[in-house]
Design a protein around this ligand. Structure first.
Ligand code: GLC
Length: 568
């Protein structure tokens, strides 16, 4: 899209976020301009045309703030500065300007649950005595047991081990994640005020919205004595907490924060948006998107859905209903920087424990690569046909698999150390992108790459796939282009379907204002299924076959888009 037209389109759609495609850039691994092996903002700016060419509407950038990078930048030492390894504030301004020119909106990550142990507030807290104002910005408590040598409660870190670390004077501080990520005390007015100011800082720079990290974790039940969680361990990221009134997950008080934040984002013209990362139950997720709170919440139920028509149908129905309760549309996510890439999830036998599989270097049990490829392509068409916003994770448009055999000494995820080497963690989905077939780090940058890229990574590159019929990249590009035609009136209807098949129709305003209907069919059964006669085939995730009577057949693990626009 040409710059001027793109900018005009940007201004025109206040509610652009209801039905859009947001491309997640994992900053350390997208592109590296300065050759230090670590992705940076200049690298992103240089490569941003890829995201626009794909047909996305927005980019979400994971944290690029000053940070020791103990958890990929989700440990922020300064919320208003860019980490030197990722660039400068001027680089960020240039990135925003380039995004605008390309017609892309920009969403940044905000990490309010915890900061880095290198944040000046934490240094001040450590240097101050128990009970001081500096300690009150965090959650410091005395230990239990005769000499206070036991943690204050049995709370477990998401990355393994206790959620408490002891400091030299004997007190303990709380961290839901790594010890390098002390939790902030959201009952402290200074913390509340600081984050309002941080939001305004980025809004004033011109960002279009925020992704809110661990949006269900900020408020804790701090009434003494702290309650135990009964040994409840929530080892896997994004898993819904087991029960209500949990001492730190998904507490009702967290919504007060979002009501205040919404007033801030609404005070900008046009209003800016917020999306929650909240691993809560399907019943409670809509609470986060009430009209005076956040605009969207990630839908991890879709990501976790087994490959089964009934399960997908249930997830789609409950997601649509949950969002509709707030007059909204759902989001759809298949992958992100915290989970095994979906191409690989679909390739391993159903029921495989992914952490255990990763420990075998991805060898046991054997993955069915072709099945993973077919299902990932079919899932993309299913997902992109649904009403609402799809969040794509960088590299899924290239069909990247998980790199399951990263050498142990290359692992950077704090989960690896914190679990005593029993969980490899999330590095396998964070391996830097391949842009070119060959060359230093396959075009990621002029130097190496902070995580090793596997041999042959260049075969997945943007260069190798551009213009190649049947490539993942061309499938995504075509799908995103077609998708735009069917945005509009947001009507969704299930259609009669064969056992193991899902079929639905989505209507939109149509390219020239008339009604346009997109019919999506996906075969999750083991047998080919006849496609309806007559309808024009727009796109299929793999080649169709035909029966002896010449009926078009949808093979297993394949999806098709049909045009059901009535002829004038
Ligand atoms: C979120 C992020 C994850 C990070 C964690 C702690 O779940 O997506 O990458 O480790 O929060 O900030």
């Amino acid at each position: 899209m040409a710059g001027a037209t793109a900018a005009a389109t940007l201004a025109a759609h206040r509610d652009w976020w209801r039905e859009s495609v947001v491309y997640q850039v994992y900053v350390p691994s997208f592109a590296d301009a300065d050759g230090d092996g670590m992705g940076d903002l200049r690298g992103i700016t240089d490569r941003l045309a890829h995201v626009a060419d794909l047909g996305a509407d927005a980019v979400w950038l994971t944290p690029f703030y000053r940070s020791p990078l103990a958890d990929g930048g989700y440990d922020v030492a300064d919320y208003r500065q860019v980490d030197p390894r990722h660039g400068t504030l001027d680089d960020f301004r240039a990135l925003l300007a380039r995004a605008r020119e390309l017609g892309l909106r920009t969403i940044v990550d905000i990490v309010p649950n915890h900061c880095s142990e290198r944040h000046p507030w934490f240094a001040e807290a450590l240097a101050s005595p128990p009970g001081s104002a500096a300690r009150d910005r965090f959650i410091f408590r005395d230990g239990t047991g005769p000499d206070g040598a036991q943690p204050p409660a049995d709370w477990q870190s998401k990355f393994g081990g206790p959620a408490w670390t002891r400091v030299p004077d004997g007190q303990w501080y709380m961290h839901i994640f790594a010890a390098e990520q002390p939790d902030l005390n959201w009952e402290n007015p200074e913390v509340v005020a600081e984050f309002e100011a941080v939001l305004r800082f980025w809004l004033d720079l011109g960002v279009d919205g925020f992704r809110i990290d661990v949006a269900h974790g900020m408020r804790k039940d701090l009434v003494p004595p702290l309650r135990n969680t009964y040994g409840g361990d929530s080892a896997s990221l994004n898993s819904p907490p087991s029960g209500e009134n949990h001492p730190f997950w998904d507490r009702d008080e967290v919504h007060e924060i979002y009501r205040c934040w919404r007033k801030i984002t609404d005070s900008y013209a046009p209003p800016r948006i917020m999306v929650a990362e909240a691993g809560v139950s399907a019943a409670r997720l809509p609470l986060y998107t009430r009209p005076d709170e956040l605009h969207q919440a990630f839908n991890f139920f879709h990501l976790r859905c087994p490959w089964d028509a009934g399960s997908f149908r249930d997830v789609i129905d409950s997601s649509l209903a949950g969002a509709a309760a707030n007059g909204a549309l759902p989001t759809w996510v298949l992958s992100n920087h915290d989970v095994v890439r979906h191409r690989t999830r679909y390739a391993v036998p159903e029921g495989t424990s992914l952490p255990g599989w990763l420990l075998t270097g991805g060898r046991e049990p054997a993955a069915d690569e072709d099945r993973g490829r077919r299902r990932a392509r079919a899932a993309a068409l299913l997902t992109l046909a649904l009403p609402g916003t799809t969040y794509l994770y960088q590299g899924e448009e290239l069909g990247l698999p998980e790199v399951a055999d990263l050498p142990e000494d290359a692992l950077r995820d704090p989960m690896w150390e914190r679990t005593g080497h029993t969980r490899k963690g999330r590095d396998g989905c964070r391996v830097p992108l391949p842009w070119t077939r060959t060359g230093s780090s396959y075009g990621f940058g002029p130097g190496g790459s902070w995580l090793p890229q596997p041999e042959g990574w260049g075969a997945y590159s943007v260069e190798a796939q551009t213009g190649t019929p049947g490539s993942f990249l061309e499938l995504y590009r075509t799908a995103l282009t077609l998708r735009r035609r069917y945005l509009g009136d947001e009507t969704f209807t299930w259609l009669p379907s064969a056992p193991g098949e899902l079929a639905f129709r989505k209507a939109g305003a149509g390219p020239s204002g008339g009604a346009a209907g997109l019919e999506c069919r996906i075969n999750l059964s083991a047998e080919p299924i006849p496609l309806p006669e007559g309808a024009e085939l727009l796109l299929s995730s793999d080649d169709l076959t035909s029966s002896h009577t010449n009926t078009r057949l949808l093979p297993p693990d394949t999806a098709a888009w049909l045009n059901t626009t009535p002829h004038p």
